[in-house]
Design a protein around this ligand. Structure first.
Ligand code: UGA
Ligand code: MN
Length: 317
């Protein structure tokens, strides 16, 4: 009697168990099929994006944090205008991803700006914030272009001469767009490296011309009889090479700043330069010019005193 009861009880339980697992098996089977199909559809795509010999950007950053990379010094001229804080915020977010970097930010101003310093400090990047105003004779010019960013860059060069021994440096304007691969390449510059800059003049790009792996000339919207017809963002220099040229500096000569600086590194010929960015076939830096904004309206203090607008007004130009 007890045995029969136990058996029928077991049968009931078994039939219940059988019902649930069948549904479960079905769900598991369908899920597995979906995953299997998805894996086979997407995996070949993913593997072509990141070939097995190439690290993803994140893996690259993580693997380099602890490794012994040559230091990279970034010299950035900047000046107070409506877009300044936005440009430096964006640029800081790029440089935050670059290991072993020192950011030399030099303001074309007579006194430091705490709003700029705040952005630099909050980025966590190793930085030095300096000032180097454009000499009055150029600032007060009424006609023709001014030598923009020259006193700033020369201040950066002075800092490097006084504080750096190895690695490389690069003049990076605050309004350009930088590919992370650029920084991985330029830090190994032995003397002078050259590479293309996108969005330059109607030519679309400024670049060394390379034929059969060799430098044969410069491609630029404006050659202007320059020995080095390059943009400021199109070259990097090794610290040791700069130290071996104590006289090298940037001239206050609009349009000829790059050429004048590279010529001041003489003896050095364009054909001796290292050609980066896969023999100058890639664009790793873009001359993106930000739209100029009109100065903000004056604030009506009779209406808005004791509001947040007073603080915001201090940030605006
Ligand atoms: C072009 C070139 O692409 C630059 O590499 C070159 O430095 C510049 O001309 C020049 O005139 O020498 P562009 O975009 O026309 O660049 O110049 P900006 O971006 O306005 O200025 C270049 C750098 O100098 C920027 O980092 C900017 O913040 C700084 N600057 C500009 C100053 O420090 N003071 C100024 O009065 C103007
Ligand atoms: Mn610019």
């Amino acid at each position: 009697m007890i045995v029969e009861y136990v058996c029928s009880f077991c049968e009931k339980i078994a039939s219940q168990i059988m019902k649930i697992p069948m549904k479960l098996y079905l769900i598991v089977f369908i899920c597995a099929t979906i995953l299997f199909v998805q894996y086979h559809i997407y995996y070949p795509y993913a593997s072509s994006e990141y070939p097995s010999d190439r690290k993803t950007p994140c893996e690259e950053i993580l693997s380099k944090v602890t490794s012994d990379l040559p230091p990279l010094y970034i010299i950035t001229p900047t000046y107070r205008r409506a877009e300044q804080l936005a440009e430096l915020t964006r640029m800081s977010h790029t440089l935050m991803l670059v290991p072993n970097l020192v950011w030399l930010v030099i303001d074309d101003a007579y006194s430091p700006n705490s709003l700029v310093d705040n952005i630099l400090r909050r980025s966590g990047i190793r930085y030095h914030y300096m000032i180097a105003p454009m000499p009055a004779q150029y600032r007060n010019k009424t006609k023709g272009p001014r030598p923009r960013g020259v006193s700033n860059r020369n201040r950066g060069l002075q800092w490097i001469r006084e504080n750096a021994y190895t690695g490389a440096f690069y003049f990076a304007d605050d309004d350009n767009t930088y590919d992370l691969d650029l920084f991985s390449e330029i830090r190994y510059t032995k003397r002078v490296s050259l590479f293309p800059v996108g969005l330059i003049t109607k030519a679309g790009v400024s670049s060394p011309i390379v034929k059969n792996g060799t430098f044969v000339g410069f491609y630029d919207g404006w050659l202007g009889g320059r020995k080095f017809a390059v943009d400021m963002a199109g070259f990097a220099i090794s610290v040791q090479f700069l130290l071996s040229r104590p006289q090298a500096s940037m001239p206050f000569k609009p349009g000829f700043e790059e050429d004048g600086f590279l010529k001041s590194l003489a003896p050095f010929e364009p054909a001796e330069a290292e050609l980066l960015a896969s023999n100058c076939t890639r664009i790793l830096v873009w001359h993106t010019q930000t739209k100029k904004n009109e100065p903000a309206w004056p604030l009506d203090y009779s209406k808005h005193n004791n509001t947040n607008l007073v603080s915001l007004k201090n940030i605006l130009i």
